[in-house]
Ligand binder design. Structure first.
Ligand SMILES: [Fe+2]
Ligand SMILES: [Fe+2]
Length: 356
């Protein structure tokens, strides 16, 4: 194996990953403080809730209660992130900030349900007490012990699905509120439909953050990043938590059209993978399989995103990963035959084998 000085040794790459993760955290934090500073108890929409409460359907009410339940496990989610962070201070700091933001989501649902007169405060607090008897763990959710990379890869999908859920419930609420518009005909979102936009926006920022982190690994350790994405996406599902209203919640989520497996693939999994440079789940499986066939010292980059800092005279084969999961040899090492672009071209049989 070639030992290349600079960022392309394993140690060099690890140090660069940590440096970029720290920079990502600093950017994330600065942006969050500037653009997403809000407090659940001070949302102006709370004043409108008493007026609109009677319009919320039984199904939506049950779903909102379930959302409160899922968000209430925030301390378990944060703990998993910090446990997995090891000695990376930037990763721990990120999970603390992220936890602070997640906590206000549960508070938003709590205020929304009580202020709208949908449940009493006593009912909600008993519900939250019952939730606290259960715990969420990363291993139980995914089948793997948490690492910063696995946690980030899993969070991409979870954050995206949460935002998607909130967007859809906001639209449902808007209809239940009588499809209100302003004098120019533009949709307006009063009461809970307005309040839910704050968590919805946070979840979008969270998805982007975990995507950025996974991309950093993808740049320097593509094999590990691909492997992590495959592991957490194979049996992906929303947080496995025991909710006191678990059965009713699932029934209402399905009744509201939010539990369609096709939507999870088309609206959650594939768009998230597309941001990582892959077209869909079969392409991810193919990329993992193909990666194992590359020469050991190969360097890989995403299509159209070459890496800088590789010495011109280094005898390292460089490949680009295509959205299909195939790899193209873009710079052969001197002893490698340039015509042998893919070491072992995939066949349909291979695809079938992988897709099993
Ligand atoms: Fe959240
Ligand atoms: Fe989130």
């Amino acid at each position: 194996m070639n030992i290349i000085p600079g960022p392309f040794t394993v140690e060099g790459k690890q140090a660069t990953v940590q440096k970029e993760i720290k920079e990502n955290y600093e950017t994330y934090f600065a942006h969050a403080v500037k653009t997403r500073m809000w407090f659940a108890d001070r949302l102006p929409e709370r004043k409108e809730m008493a007026k609109y409460g009677h319009m919320v359907s039984e199904t939506t009410k049950e779903i909102l209660l379930g959302f409160l339940g899922v968000e209430s496990f925030v301390d378990d989610y944060v703990l998993a992130g910090i446990n997995g962070a090891g000695n990376s201070l930037a990763t721990s700091a990120l999970y603390l900030q992220w936890g602070w933001e997640e906590r206000r989501h549960g508070q938003t649902f709590r205020h929304s349900l009580i202020d709208s007169g949908l449940y009493t405060q006593q009912f909600i607090d008993k519900y939250l007490d019952d939730c606290r008897e259960e715990h969420w763990t990363f291993a139980n959710q995914t089948g793997y012990e948490e690492t910063p990379l696995l946690a980030a890869a899993y969070a991409i999908f979870q954050e995206r699905q949460t935002r998607w859920n909130y967007t859809n419930v906001r639209r449902i609420l808007w209809k239940e509120y009588g499809s209100p518009t302003n004098s120019e005909g533009k949709h307006i979102h009063p009461a809970i439909a307005g309040a839910i936009r704050y968590p919805e926006t946070d979840e979008g920022a969270h998805e982007a953050n975990f995507t950025n982190i996974t991309r950093i690994y993808m740049k320097y350790f593509p094999d590990q990043a691909l492997d992590a994405l495959l592991k957490v996406s194979t049996h992906y599902r929303m947080p496995i938590v025991q909710l006191p209203n678990g059965d009713e919640f699932v029934r209402c989520v399905l009744a509201a059209g939010l539990g369609n497996p096709k939507d999870v693939i088309n609206e959650i999994m594939n768009p998230a993978l597309q941001r990582m440079g892959l077209s869909d789940r079969p392409a991810l499986r193919k990329a993992v399989r193909n990666f194992r066939l590359l020469p050991e010292d190969a360097i890989v980059h995403l299509q159209g995103k070459p890496l800088s800092g590789i010495p011109d005279d280094a005898a390292i084969p460089i490949y680009e990963m295509l959205p299909s999961g195939d790899f193209n040899l873009t710079r052969p090492a001197s002893e490698i035959d340039a015509t042998c672009a893919v070491p072992h071209p995939m066949t349909q049989d291979d695809d079938d084998e992988i897709n099993k």
